[in-house]
Design a protein around this ligand. Structure first.
Ligand SMILES: [Zn+2]
Length: 235
């Protein structure tokens, strides 16, 4: 079984959908620059504000919710499940799902990578340095620019991660798209690939999606109750 999880899975954990009606981008158009690769690499002031945004972001204190826990329970019950997520909050892993079962299409905001030497450290360590007075902490190994291990606007998805996601979509017998509007490509196309290859496609989302007509089942109930109920029927 494959589960594609989007922003709607984390809203019950207090993480707003930044593209939604009350999202970050709508309130502060300039905020998009803070997560756009070219601006970030070019401008130390954008990096300073981007780190402040990370530290203040609700994802930093968020805890997994009933939907994350239900996915973990499914795996622990012995169901072969892989999660492909558009979220960068790491909440599937915090809910106890092993790293190897989670493919993060857009990376993980809890890790930091050096843009020069690719050394990986934690966001917590970077935020500690900022709390201690650094504006724009540089790589401690090579002095390069640090950024969170997320895919920013203007960056391509990791081809290896995307390739694995496509393989999973082709091979699974059930594909559940949950909390995603299925409007951002190439993630959305995974639902179509799964359906073309014979998987049962189930969509759990508050709003209609472009893939609803392809789906075997569309569920519009709140995710926090609908996903646990759906997964219980599949075990
Ligand atoms: Zn470095």
């Amino acid at each position: 079984m494959a589960i594609l999880s989007g922003a709607g899975v984390s809203t019950d954990s207090g993480i707003p959908d930044y593209r939604g009606p009350n999202g970050l981008w709508q309130r502060d158009p300039d905020a998009e620059k803070l997560v756009t690769y070219d601006y970030y690499m070019r401008d130390p002031d954008i990096r300073r504000r981007s780190w402040l945004m990370r530290g203040e972001h609700p994802a930093w204190r968020a805890r997994p919710n009933a939907a994350h826990l239900a996915v973990t329970a499914l795996a622990e019950a012995g169901v072969a499940v892989r999660v492909i997520t558009q979220n960068v909050d790491g909440l599937h892993q915090l809910a106890g799902l092993p790293d190897r079962k989670v493919l993060e299409l857009h990376g993980n905001a809890r890790a930091v990578v050096c843009t020069a030497c690719e050394d990986r450290t934690t966001t917590e360590a970077a935020l500690d340095r900022i709390a201690a007075g650094e504006d724009d902490p540089a790589c401690l190994r090579c002095g390069g620019i640090l950024k969170t291990a997320t895919v920013m606007f203007g960056q391509a998805l990791d081809p290896e991660v995307l390739g694995q996601a496509m393989t999973i979509a082709q091979a699974c017998t059930v594909f559940i798209a949950v909390g995603t509007s299925l409007q951002v490509q190439p993630a959305a196309s995974l639902a179509g690939i799964a359906a073309e290859h014979g998987a049962r496609l189930i969509i759990v989302n508050a709003e209609p999606t472009p893939y609803d007509a392809l789906a075997d089942e569309v569920i519009r109930e709140p995710i926090g109750t609908a996903l646990p109920a759906l997964l219980a029927t599949l075990t």
